[in-house]
Design a protein around this ligand. Structure first.
Ligand code: IFM
Length: 484
């Protein structure tokens, strides 16, 4: 077994679903077509200074118009599954009221197209594009947004609930709550500790209510899930008890604020104590915790990098290398005395450290805490500064050895976790297409397929051909073993 996780030939059994993922605002474009209402990301990206280069999702990858060719591309790459998200404001422009037929028709065609190509549809109901009208009423800081989300989930269950294989309620509620309402790095860009914690609870509640609504209306036998970006935390070597306590505090905010209510039916006692100066959590009403704790057929796990912490003693400026854009507020309510330390490289173009052992550790930790809980990697991938070259015959190529290496090492970690007894059901690479990377606009390319934003031309990168080879052979290929 190699220590660097660069193994080849390890095989994944049939039934381990390998595919790729995207999200609506990041790829669709067509921001004002067919009745789509504005989302918080339309507003945020139009606000000067919020997104690099002033980029918006107005056009993005123009997937709304090119969906059919994109499905063909997925088929050519041999994807077994496609994880996409539904834009709530395409269905309900203000987040309430009757569904727009055009919005439903778009996703219905997409799902039919996937099924016709033998690709399993994994649908996420919320990947951050909240209807702006709901934000104007308080967004995720208020309970009514969770209730509205349940209505929207019901609409989608009625429309697609005969065909979706896996329903994911929320993508990374950590980001929605703490970056959206705490640090201000994400839409809606609000910056209060209380708002962030209210959002945590209302997102958790929205998840529970949505699953209840879906269960009432779907007619097939889907799997229900939520996707979390659980943080793999490490305390600085030698930081002793204070480092361990900093880790515990961040673990409560980052991880257990979600896994606690979702899987144990309670918020962690230490989270409530750590945040007592901000709130008494009286927005958690009787019955909420029962509704949040829904049996999950599969827990979605997104993993990119690790996080290194220690207690800040105030003797020098506080280090905040937590991998998120600094937009003034804090994504860590009540943890102003925790430092986030730079980590050993190598790094991706996001500045995130590459460490496949973190994925392995995370999967094993989940197995230990939730032994009966099946898992799926719903995102893993990397942004790099790709270079386009041209073959002698004029064919464009993107040789992206760093991304291939990243994937090889993380697939190895996933394989090792399975060997160690983790019930890991699949792996969705982030992302199928280069796309709108939130506060960084189009400057960061995560795709295994290059998108030329001037022409919308798609070019599968070497990483896409490597993934295709993996799916064809079921074995981790050598880095230069690319499908033709
Ligand atoms: O692009 C995002 C995605 O929308 C959510 N998870 C992390 C990705 C990379 O930052």
């Amino acid at each position: 077994m190699s220590d660097d996780y660069r193994e080849t030939g390890l095989t994944f059994p049939p039934g381990f679903v390998i595919g790729s993922a995207t999200a609506s605002y990041q790829i669709e474009g067509a921001h004002d077509e067919d009745g789509r209402g504005p989302s918080i990301w339309d507003t945020f990206s139009r606000t000067p200074g919020k997104v690099w280069n002033g980029d918006t999702g107005d056009v993005a990858d123009d997937h709304y118009h090119r969906w059919e060719a994109d499905l063909d591309l997925m088929q050519q790459l041999g994807l077994e599954s496609y994880r996409f998200s539904i834009a709530w404001p395409r269905i309900q422009p203000t987040g309430r009221g009757p569904a727009l037929a055009e919005g439903i028709a778009f996703y219905s065609r997409l799902v039919d197209g996937l099924l016709a190509r033998g690709i399993t549809p994994i649908a996420t109901l919320y990947h951050w594009d909240l209807p702006q009208a709901l934000e104007d009423e308080g967004g995720w800081t208020v309970r009514s947004t969770a209730l509205a989300f349940a209505d929207y989930a019901r609409i989608m269950g009625e429309a697609l609930g005969d065909r979706i294989a896996v329903w994911t309620t929320l993508n990374e509620p950590w980001c929605s709550a703490y970056l959206g309402y705490g640090s201000g790095a994400h839409a809606p860009g609000r910056t209060t500790a209380l708002g962030a914690l209210q959002a945590v609870h209302h997102l958790n509640l929205a998840h529970g209510l949505a699953i209840e609504a879906l269960r009432e209306v779907v007619t097939n036998d889907p799997q229900y899930s939520i996707t979390l970006n659980l943080h793999v935390l490490r305390a600085e070597a030698g930081s002793g008890e204070s480092g361990a306590d900093a880790l515990r505090q961040i673990d409560a905010l980052a991880n257990r604020a979600f896994t606690g209510p979702l899987l144990h039916g309670a918020y962690p006692v230490d989270l409530l104590a750590d945040t007592a100066g901000i709130t008494d959590w009286s927005f958690v009403l009787d019955g909420d915790l029962e509704r949040i704790r829904q049996p999950l057929d599969v827990l979605g796990v997104n993993y990119y990098a690790t996080t290194l912490v220690r207690r800040w003693d105030g003797s020098s400026p506080r280090l905040m290398a937590d991998g998120h854009k600094d937009m003034g507020g804090s994504p860590w309510p009540g943890a102003d005395d925790v430092e986030f330390l730079p980590q050993e490289g190598p790094y991706t173009a996001m500045g995130w450290n590459i460490d496949p052992s973190g994925l392995y550790e995370l999967l094993l930790a989940l197995r230990d805490e939730f032994p009966e809980q099946p898992l799926m990697i719903t995102e893993n991938g990397a942004a790099f500064d790709d270079v386009v070259t041209t073959d002698a015959d004029g064919t464009p190529r993107v040789h992206d050895p760093l991304r291939v290496d990243y994937l090889q090492r993380h697939f190895t970690a996933a394989h090792r976790a399975r060997e160690a007894g983790v019930d890991l059901r699949g792996y969705q690479v982030w992302s199928l297409l280069d796309n709108f990377e939130w506060g960084y606009g189009y400057s960061k390319r995560f795709g295994i397929v290059r998108v030329d934003y001037d022409t919308q031309e798609r070019t599968p990168k070497d990483s896409a051909l490597w993934l295709k080879r993996l799916i064809e052979t079921r074995a981790i290929p050598a880095p230069d073993d690319l499908a033709g």
